[in-house]
Ligand binder design. Sequence first.
Ligand code: SAM
Length: 251
Amino acid sequence: MNYHVLTLFPEMIEQGLNTSIIGRAMEAGLISLQTLNIREYTDNKHGRVDDYPYGGGAGMVMQAQPVYAACQAVRKSIKSEPRVIYMSPQGQVFTQKMAEELARENDLVFLCGHYEGIDERVLEEVVTDYVSIGDYVLTGGELPAMVMIDAISRFLPGVLNNEESAACESFQDNLLEHPHYSRPAVWHEKEVPSVLLSGHHANIEKWRREQSIRRTLERRPDLLKQAAEEQLLSKADLEYLEQLKKSASFL
Ligand code: SAM
């Protein structure tokens, strides 16, 4: 996977992504990261990339010309037409499903806005996807782009040590993941659930699935509703869910 990030703050992206699992994946050549400083593409002799908004109002707007030139430069370096993702609070909200889907691309271009955003006319010409990382407003698109790169990279073969872990985490089947425990078996007088010490794999799997359902019902009932609608729950899952809903703790 080749990531290309168009930004006014390339060092933020480079420093943010060069450590831990993503940094290791870059070193191993599983991921490449190219940052393009939009400022270097301006034809303004003072290096200006923003200007006042037409119609007045607060803040500055990133101008069309440097964004377009940076985008053309990156498109020229890629053989096929890449998806160009504009990080925007007005976009579709990013999900694990979207991350999995985007991980199938060879190249992804992220466009990071700043100030009040970017001149609408260039967005109309270059952007293929508008993506938000949540219903709040940040100062720039760099953190959202890093969030997306991290989540997408976890689906690329070899990036995680344990290939299974990307497929068995929260949001798989629209459920939250079961709780985890590690040594010691007793901590602050709290014991690890005995089934996890039993060595009985079928019972452990059953317990984990039930915990997933319980946790999702408690914390994200909206996800569970969607899982049922999309027929992601088995007969046993639905029976357990019914049982849970009838039990005193959920009344
Ligand atoms: N004026 C814009 C609005 O109200 O929709 C907000 C602009 S914001 C201050 C500056 C930049 O930060 C945006 O162009 C975008 O790239 C990025 N940004 C802010 N919040 C975001 C979010 N929730 N998801 C993705 N990008 C975001």
